[in-house]
Design a protein around this ligand. Sequence first.
Ligand code: IMP
Length: 437
Amino acid sequence: MPSLVVVGAQWGDEGKGKVTDLLAERADAVIRFQGGNNAGHTIIRGDEEPWKLHLIPSGILHPGKLCVIGNGVVIDPRVLTEEIDALRARGVDMGGLRVSANAHLIMPYHLLLDSAGEQKLGEQQIGTTRRGIGPCYADKAARLGIRVQDLLDEKILKQKIAAAMEPKRLALRPHAKDPSLDLHAMTEQYLTYGHRLEQHIADTSRLVWDLLDAGRLVIFEGAQGALLDIDHGTYPFVTSSNPVSAAACIGAGIGPKDIDEVWGITKAYATRVGSGPFPTELHDSLGDRLRSAGGEYGTTTGRARRVGWLDLVALRYASRINSLTALVVTKLDVLSGLDRLLVCTRYRGAEGAEFDHFPYHQSVLHHASAEYVELEGWSEDLSECRTAADLPAAARDYLAYIAEMLGVPVALVSVGPGQDQVIWTGQGAAERLAVAT
Ligand code: IMP
C-alpha cells in the first residue's frame, strides 16, 4: 500500500493533522499538496507542550521522515521560517524538510489585498483567514506569481515583484506608503528568506516519485475540506485551492494511478468557519455546548467555529468527489451525554423539493433546510475506549449508520485529542495499515 491521501470531508478542521501524524509513524514521507498557512493543527503528545503547525507536515515530528511542502501549496516565507525556528528551538531535526521550487510565495501585497477585498465585500465577505491565500493563488493563475525558485536569483526576483505589484497599484493605493510595499526592501527581505530556505528547496515531484517507485509508504496531506473546494465547494464561500484528493496529483506532481487509498476525515458532528451555507447549523444552546465541549475555536485565527449536526448529504457528496476508500471519524467523545443525536439525511428546498444529493445550485443550498433521522445517544465517557468493543452500543450503531449511508468503512475513530486516544476498527484499508500498529 504505497500511497494514501488524507483529505477533509467537511469544511476543514476535521482533525487531519492528528490522523496524518498517526500515519506518519508508519510512512516514509508526508507531502502537503495545497492551501497555505490558512490551515493549522495542534498535535497533542503526552505531557509535551502542544505542537502547533501551519505549513510543515506533522511528519516532521518523526525523525528520519521526508516532509515535503509540495508545489500546490502557497507559502508565506515569514511563517515558514518562523515555524522552522520554533521547531528547531524544541530540538526537532529539520533535515527531512523539502520545499518545492515551484510552490508560490505569499507576498506582503497579497495580505493587504486579502484584507482590502474582505472589507470591500462588507456583509457579503467570505470570512477568509486574511493570510493572503486567495490573492496568491490569483497571481499564480494570472502568471504573476513569485515562486520559491525565484528567491535564488536576485535580478529575476526584483523584476517579478515589480511586475506583480504594478497591476495592483489601484487597490493598494491606501497602502502606498506602507513600508512593506517598498520594492527594494521587499526584495531584500525575500532574498533573506531564500538564503534561509535554500537548503530545503528541491525538485519534490521527483523525490516523491522515487519513493513511490521504490514501493515506500507515502502520505499526501490535504488542508481544509471538500466543501471549501474552489470547484466543488460552496462557492464563493470557499478557499482558493482544491482540497479534494485529485489535487494531490497536481499539488505534489504525481499521476492519478499513483494513488492507492483516500481517507476522508469527518468529525462526528459538523463545523464551519467563515461565511456560507451550513444546512445543519445549530443556533441554540446545544450548539454552544458542542462548541465548548469540542473546543471549536480556530487554530489559525482563534475564531469561534459554527457548529451543527452531522450532514450525510454533504458527506456523501464529499465521498463521491474524493473517491473515499475509508472514513476516519473524529471527536466521537464530544457527543457523549446527549440523549438523542440527529443526523441529516436529506435537504428540503424552499419550494418543498427533496434533495438526497448535494444540490449544485447555490440558491437552493442557501435556502435548504435539513431533514433528520434521530439516533440514540450515549452517556458514557469515551475517552478511554481503545477498541470498538469498548464503545457503548449506541456509539457503535452511530458509526455503523454513517458507514452504511456512505458505503465507506470507518477505518479509525478518534475519542480525544491525545495520539493514543484512537480506535483502529480493523475495517477497510485500516486492516492493512493496522498490522503495523
Ligand atoms: P481563505 O482560505 O483564507 O481564503 O478563506 C476562505 C474560506 O475558507 C473561509 O471561510 C475560511 O474560514 C475557510 N478556511 C480556510 N482555511 C481553513 C481551515 O484550515 N479550516 C477551516 N476553514 C478554513
